[in-house]
Design a binder for this molecule. Structure first.
Ligand code: GBH
Length: 446
């Protein structure tokens, strides 16, 4: 399939997987129901001072109870693909052992509801809500957590392997490393660089072990990692900035990409960490072979570029969104997609997240006018279209997010949804961007 001409209307390849994404802790609520155990995000969000306004995911968008209505919204939008995550503590309250049937039943109902509406399910096994019991045993600093993850993954392959065509292992390992262990803005709220990269290795290992578990079960489905990639550019044209940008790219992108797709951690990052770092000491013979177990596709999440100074810091070059870390730069989408294809070969790519927070409000006439989100998405869709034209095997695109939801440390103030959620009533209202997106999907382009 080929994309349409750059000057005419932008037609995407036929069958292109227009979609939207969510994650369990951000939308489900029902934190204590049907045998769900506690996750590190329950602990973190209930710790005073950790989230804006003390917000928690206890109720969130109440999707656990309203999933049928949400499935109908997806059908109304015309979605072809829906990316969601499974809450590990719903499946194994303490992170190991016999699965909780009521937890499995919920995801079975969700997946069947997607199929009934002609929407392809895309399942993420881990989107940050680690069972608290595993954290108490050391969390991702403990190599055993990777083994527990593979067991949990196998439970899910057994339960849903026949009806979920695409599986993603770990959402944004880098965010766990950086926000969870370097900066402490996310659960478990640590600030320990030496621990952070040990965690990176164990997350990569967990990914590889899960890929092996899927193959061992003989499940006829595709699997891959979900990486948030940041195109890195020098902040100025000094040699120092060029050098610093290269290393920054190692930490942001190649640490994750190279280990999975080339079977080696990048030498510059390993040298920078040093032989005495906990990570370098933790890598055992055979680990990289596990991590590099062949995957079927690569899920890319793109939000922002980074501009790196000679001192290794970053500066802001473009207008930012309501999220001050996000610079609006659609060209970065093109750059990161074409770069991945150039450096790692023609592995199929899905965009599993891209989106914008807006100060959305429900107007008196019952509409939500998020014109800025439409502009943002149009420009990013166009950039993705150019990447396809230039040879990137991009097969689908999931907007973050289907619904307004619990935006982690930012609580409920930032609204990322195509669909507005009026939290006091849990009423859903399609924003203007949702109506617009429906026409994009119907026309398969812009
Ligand atoms: C994604 O992360 C997540 O997968 C998704 O759950 C989330 O809702 C969505 O983006 C929107 O944010 O304040 O300096 O600590 C995107 C990567 C990692 C970007 C955490 C913001 C916080 C920066 N995000 N980071 S800081």
């Amino acid at each position: 399939a080929t994309a349409g001409s750059a000057r005419g209307p932008l037609r995407f390849p036929s069958g292109f997987g227009w979609g939207a994404a969510t994650s369990a802790y951000q939308i489900e609520g029902a934190a204590k129901e049907d045998g769900r155990g506690e996750s590190i995000w329950d602990t973190f969000s209930h710790t005073p001072g950790r989230t804006r306004n003390g917000d928690t995911g206890d109720v969130a968008a109440d999707h656990y109870h309203r999933y049928a209505e949400d499935l109908d919204l997806m059908r109304d939008l015309g979605l072809r693909s829906y990316r969601f995550s499974v809450s590990w503590p719903r499946i194994q309250a303490d992170g190991s052992g016999r699965p909780n049937q009521r937890g499995l039943d919920f995801y079975r109902r969700l997946v069947d509801g997607l199929h009934e509406r002609g929407i392809a399910p895309m399942l993420t096994l881990f989107h940050w809500d680690l069972p608290q019991a595993l954290q108490d045993a050391g969390g991702w600093e403990n190599r055993d957590t990777a083994e527990r993850f593979a067991e949990y993954a196998d439970v899910m392959f057994h339960a849903l392997g026949d009806r979920v065509p695409v599986w993603l292992t770990i959402n944004e390992p880098k965010t766990v490393v950086q926000n969870g262990y370097l900066w402490g803005h996310h659960a478990p709220g640590r600030q320990d660089p030496d621990a952070a990269y040990l965690v990176a290795h164990h997350l990569q290992l967990a990914h590889g072990l899960a890929v092996r578990a899927l193959r061992a079960r003989g499940v006829d489905a595709r699997i891959g990692p979900a990486l948030n990639l940041h195109p890195c550019y020098p902040a100025d044209d000094t040699a120092e900035a060029a050098t610093a940008t290269r290393l920054h790219d190692g930490y942001e992108n190649r640490l994750y990409l190279d280990s999975i797709l080339k079977g080696a951690y990048p030498a510059d990052v390993l040298a920078d960490l040093g032989p005495d770092s906990r990570m370098v000491r933790a890598v055992r013979d055979g680990d990289l072979a596990v991590i590099a177990s062949p995957v079927d596709l690569l899920a890319v999440q793109y939000y922002t570029p980074l501009y790196v100074t000679g001192q290794g810091g970053t500066v802001t070059r473009w207008p930012t969104s309501e999220a001050e870390w996000q610079q609006i730069y659609p060209e970065g989408m093109y750059d990161i997609l074409t770069r991945v294809t150039r450096d790692y070969g023609r592995i199929p790519i899905t965009i599993t997240e891209n989106g914008l927070p807006c100060p959305d409000r429900l107007d008196a006439d019952g509409t939500v006018d998020d014109a800025g989100r439409i502009d943002f998405l149009r420009d990013h869709f166009a950039a993705a279209h150019r990447a396809i034209r230039d040879g990137v095997p991009l097969e689908s695109y999931h907007v973050w997010s289907l619904l307004d939801n619990f935006e982690w440390a930012e609580g409920y103030e930032q609204r990322w949804g195509l669909v507005y959620v009026d939290y006091p009533t849990q009423r859903r209202v399609l924003k203007r961007s949702a109506h617009w997106y429906r026409t994009v999907i119907r026309d398969n382009g812009l």
